[in-house]
Design a binder for this molecule. Structure first.
Ligand SMILES: [Zn+2]
Length: 297
C-alpha cells in the first residue's frame, strides 16, 4: 500500500559535506552564558535560539551549538507562540561533547537509575531489567541509555548534530525527536486545542491499529516525536507488515490525522536546513529490508 522510497534517488551525503555548516545559517559566535541564567560554571558557551539558551562546556565544538540553534529556530519558525511559551518556562538546550555524557551535565550528575516499575523504562528494558539494568551503576545506566533527552534541560550529542561517525543514532536526528517533545509539552499551555487534537489523532490511530508494535504506539508523546521525525525526513525506516514509512509523504498517506496536527505545528516545511541526516540513505539499514523494524526483545 505504501510505496517504497527509491533510495537511489536520495541525495548521498558525502563525508566532507557532513561537517560543513548549513549554507543558510549565518555565522554565529558562541559567547559566555549571561550571568542572569545562573548556570553552573561547567557551561562556558552560549547562543540564543528563538529565546532559548543553547549552552555547552568548552569541550563541545561551536559548530554543534550553531547547528542545534538553527534546528530549534526552524522547528519553532511557524509557532512563535510555542517558542515564547518554551522561553517563559525556562527550557534550555545543553550540547554534550562527544566525550561527555548524560551525567556529566551538572544538573543531571546525581540521577539514579530507574526502578523496575519506572514508567520511563522502555518495553524491552522492563522485560529484561535484571540482565540489562540490574548490574549497572546509576552513571553507567544513564550514559548507556541515552545521548539526548527532552525536558526543561534538553540534551543533545555533538556527534548526532554534526553527523559524525560513532553516533549511536546514526541515520536519524534524535535531537529533532527530543526537541519535538518540548514543543508538544509547551503546546499544552500555548495551544491546548492542538494538544488535544494530537491526543485525538493518537486515539484514532490506536483504535485503527496503526503503528502497532512500533515505538510510536507506546505513548502519545512518542507518537508525536516519531511523527515529527518523519515529517522532517529524518527518521529511521519503519516497516511493519505491509506498511513501509520513510518520508513525510509516506507518513501523510499512512496517518493523515497525525500529518494534520504536525502541519499545525510546523507549517508546510519538511526540511530542517541544519539537519545532517535529512533524507540520508543511512536511515535505512544495510542489506535486505527487514519486514519488521521494531526492537525485538
Ligand atoms: Zn521520545
Amino acid at each position: 500500500m505504501f510505496a517504497r522510497v527509491a533510495l537511489a534517488s536520495a541525495p548521498i551525503l558525502l563525508a566532507g559535506a557532513l561537517l560543513t555548516g548549513a549554507a543558510s545559517s549565518p555565522p554565529v559566535i558562541a559567547v559566555a552564558p549571561p550571568a542572569g541564567l545562573g548556570l553552573n560554571p561547567f557551561y562556558t558557551r552560549y547562543l540564543d535560539a528563538a529565546g532559548l539558551p543553547v549552552v555547552s562546556s568548552s569541550r563541545a565544538p561551536e559548530e554543534a551549538l550553531t547547528t542545534a540553534a538553527a534546528i530549534v529556530r526552524q522547528m519553532l519558525a511557524h509557532r512563535p507562540d510555542i517558542a515564547a511559551e518554551l522561553a517563559r518556562q525556562g527550557y534550555r538546550i545543553a550540547v554534550m561533547a562527544p566525550d561527555e555524557a548524560t551525567t556529566d551535565l551538572p544538573e543531571q550528575a546525581s540521577w539514579t537509575r530507574p526502578k523496575p516499575d519506572d514508567p520511563r523504562l522502555t518495553r524491552c528494558e522492563r522485560k529484561h531489567y535484571d540482565e540489562r539494568i540490574g548490574g549497572l551503576t546509576d552513571r553507567q545506566y544513564w550514559n548507556w541509555r541515552a545521548r539526548g533527552l527532552a525536558g526543561k534541560l534538553t540534551s543533545a550529542g555533538t556527534e548526532n548534530l554534526l553527523g559524525l561517525t560513532g553516533d549511536r543514532y546514526r541515520g536519524q536526528n534524535i535531537f529533532v525527536h527530543e526537541f519535538s517533545h518540548d514543543i508538544f509539552r509547551a503546546a499544552y499551555v500555548a495551544d491546548r486545542a492542538l494538544y488535544n487534537r494530537v491526543f485525538a489523532a493518537y486515539d484514532a490511530a490506536s483504535k485503527a491499529g496503526r503503528w502497532k508494535g512500533e515505538y510510536a504506539s507506546t505513548t502519545v508523546e512518542e507518537y508525536w516525536a516519531v511523527g515529527t521525525q518523519f515529517w522532517f525526513n529524518t527518521a529511521p525506516y519503519a516497516s511493519f507488515g505491509d506498511v513501509h514509512i520513510l518520508s513525510d509523504e509516506d507518513l501523510a498517506r499512512y496517518d493523515p490525522p497525525l500529518a494534520a496536527v504536525l502541519r499545525e505545528a510546523f507549517g508546510d516545511n519538511h526540511r530542517l536546513d541544519a539537519d545532517r541526516w535529512y533524507n540520508s540513505p543511512l536511515r535505512v539499514p544495510p542489506g535486505p529490508l527487514p519486514a519488521y523494524t521494531a526492537e525485538v526483545c
